[in-house]
Design a protein around this ligand. Structure first.
Ligand code: DCP
Ligand code: MG
Length: 362
């Protein structure tokens, strides 16, 4: 469905990890700083300061290569806790303006500010204020792109970095997109870009000359996406990620079940705990509290909870405590629903970025 007059901002911090290191260690300011793995131990570059980028160093490059390009660069190991804390600060600032915040990684997010909490009519004004507040709160700079859809807002934030603010109006979009080099289009990696080059397509204007049928022939589904994007058409909405507070599974029984049928009750709860465990694994979360939920045959709801000294993910840990909770409830009565929920969630895996595989922590 088309959304006329939407106002989307994309914000992305500048040289995020490296700027934080330069902020916290003044002796690194103005110097080529590389955050990442050790060049002698097969590490990779997570990011580098703008001073280091002049030597052709970039994210995901082997640290050894980076060292060859700039032997006097200063290598700094990452401090994820600090980056995560800064990320929380900037996300809080975004949420002061709108609940429609879609984080893409620790340092970037889309915001839909069409209706913002301060009723500021100009999205450019909102973007300027947010940049200012980020700077005041963190002493770091961000670049912002303002436009009427996500695709163009993201291109806009990348257009001028660091500390940029680029606005692309519907009137300007056509020209902007036509002049854009093909590899800048969202989702076009090196392989796709070289295929475009083969067909003589180097810019948005070249891309625009192809029919949708032709693009679908060449790139299947993605062909249609390119066809629409180059015309500035992108109706995707900003999808806020709501912070998950619990994971639960429950089942309404075909017939009311007497709690005295202990084996059957446990069988059902085991099944539910197993599903909860699977979900926790998928989400890479662990929990500290387990909640047993019962709905009695007269529809009254009862919950009983236990908090464990140690976070858990496995169903055995849940079941152990569910047994105790069941014992407290006693064997009387009939239930029509059983549920297992876990809460007090925390991340389980290695603290990292959207591309943790790049890390060589060995
Ligand atoms: N990152 C990473 N590995 C990658 C890419 C990024 O670990 N391959 C981390 C380090 C970056 C942070 O994510 O600081 C944000 O990624 P960006 O792509 O936004 O890069 P920067 O913020 O460092 O630089 P820019 O100014 O280009 O946004
Ligand atoms: Mg960034």
């Amino acid at each position: 469905m088309p959304h006329p007059g939407r106002k989307i901002i994309h914000i992305d911090m500048d040289a995020f990890y490296a700027s934080i290191e330069q902020r916290d260690r003044p002796e690194l300011r103005g110097k080529p700083v590389i955050v990442g793995g050790d060049p002698n131990r097969r590490g990779v570059v997570a990011t580098c300061s703008y001073e280091a980028r002049r030597f052709g160093i970039h994210s995901a490059m082997p640290s050894r290569t980076a060292f060859k390009r700039c032997p006097h660069a200063i290598f700094v190991p990452p401090r994820f806790e600090v980056y995560r804390a800064v990320s929380t600060q900037i996300m809080q600032i975004f949420h002061d303006y709108t609940e429609l915040v879609e984080p893409l990684s620790l340092d970037e997010a889309f915001l839909d500010v069409t209706h913002n909490k301060f009723n500021i009519p100009s999205a450019t004004h909102v973007a300027r204020e947010i940049k200012q507040r980020i700077y005041e709160r963190t002493q770091l700079t961000a670049s912002a792109g303002v436009s009427y859809n996500k695709f163009i807002a993201k291109l806009a934030s990348d257009y001028k970095k660091p500390d940029g603010l680029t606005v692309i109006t519907p009137q300007q979009a056509s020209r902007f997109l036509e002049s854009l080099p093909i590899q800048k289009f969202f989702g076009i990696g090196r392989v796709t870009a070289s295929r475009f080059q083969e067909y003589g397509i180097h810019t948005g204007a070249d891309l625009k000359s192809l029919s949708e049928e032709r693009l679908r022939e060449l790139f299947q589904e993605r062909g249609s996406m390119f066809y629409h994007y180059v015309r500035g058409e992108d109706e995707r909405s900003v999808e806020p990620i709501r912070v998950r507070k619990s994971v639960g599974k429950e089942t309404t029984l075909a017939e009311d079940l007497a709690l005295s049928e202990h084996a059957e009750v446990i069988r059902i709860l085991t099944d539910l705990a197993e599903k909860v465990e699977r979900r926790l694994v998928e989400l890479d979360l662990q929990a500290k509290t387990v909640v047993l939920k019962l709905r009695w045959s007269d529809f009254q709801l009862m919950t009983r909870r236990a908090t464990l000294p140690q976070a858990f993910q496995a169903k055995e840990a849940m079941l152990h405590h569910i047994q105790d909770l069941l014992d407290q409830v006693g064997p009387q009565g009939h239930v029509r629903l059983l549920g297992v929920t876990v809460s007090q969630l925390e991340k389980r895996g290695t603290p990292a970025h959207h591309t943790p595989t790049l890390w060589d922590l060995a």
